[in-house]
Design a protein around this ligand. Structure first.
Ligand code: ATP
Ligand code: MG
Length: 235
């Protein structure tokens, strides 16, 4: 297994947000994580990214336990997160935002990074010197994904990339996610838009109150009664 998470518990102080979560991901897959508000989806990604201080369990990445590693070390190991709410730096230019995503790499590697991002998202090239805060919501989402790609991840974690976007832009973002998968990047996709996410995902996990309650192929989950009742109305 490329990424294997065994019996993960995560806490904010005394509050336990994840309970005995086990997830396994193969190289090259898109794995969707579906759940309602507060279910623990972002906590799961933050646990892998190294920004939750109190954890139990194992996070094996290429066989090495990375649980508790500092965030910058996780990025160096090849795992990058595009956070919920995009979190671009509004006063910095598009290219300066991208540069920050490449912080673990040598300056000489940045050019290839910009080129790759600008090829995927030509609009960002047109806006390269514009302040990121002046971009539309959809463009800012592209920038957030582009910034993550600048870290040259083997595993890309996307936290609600479609949040607040129009259906047209959402579709575009999902097409680009599939394109990134084709480039050989493994992807964890956190979404409330269960229909879209499960449609492009190889497999998915349903998380409820900090517990994994169901997991299957994307296609099978789209037919699961629990998923139909609880998550498919949101798209
Ligand atoms: N920094 C924090 N300090 C304390 N509790 C937190 C913190 N962040 C999240 N929580 C709590 O942990 C639980 C899981 O939150 P999390 O953000 O992982 O949910 P989520 O599934 O990403 O929800 P959403 O769909 O709203 O983004 C919630 O009960 C939340 O209130
Ligand atoms: Mg969240």
């Amino acid at each position: 297994m490329f990424l294997e998470i065994n019996h993960l518990d995560a806490y904010y102080g005394r509050l336990q947000a994840l309970w005995d979560v086990s997830v396994a991901i193969d190289k090259g897959e898109i794995v969707a994580l579906i759940g309602s508000n507060g279910a623990g989806k972002s906590t799961f990604l933050k646990s892998i990214a190294g920004s939750i201080r109190r954890l139990n369990g194992e996070i094996l990445f290429d066989g090495r336990n990375i649980a508790g590693l500092r965030p910058d070390k996780v990025v160096r190991a090849g795992i990058v997160m595009s956070p919920e709410g995009r979190q671009v730096f509004p006063r910095l230019s598009v290219q300066e935002n991208l540069r920050i995503g490449g912080f673990v790499h040598k300056n000489s590697d940045l050019e290839a990074g910009y080129e790759r991002v600008y090829e995927l998202f030509p609009i960002l090239k047109e806006r390269a010197s514009q302040a990121a805060g002046t971009l539309s919501g959809g463009e800012q989402q592209m920038l957030a994904i582009g910034r993550a790609l600048m870290g040259q991840p083997q595993l890309l974690m996307l936290d609600e990339p479609s949040l607040g976007l129009s259906p047209l832009f959402t579709e575009k973002i999902f097409e680009l996610i599939m394109e990134i998968q084709k480039q050989g990047v493994t992807i964890i996709l956190v979404e409330q838009n269960a229909v879209m996410a499960l449609s492009i995902a190889d497999r998915g996990y349903i998380i409820k109150n900090g517990h994994v309650v169901e997991s299957d192929t994307g296609a099978k989950l789209l037919e699961s009664p629990d998923v139909i009742d609880n998550y498919l109305g949101r798209a």
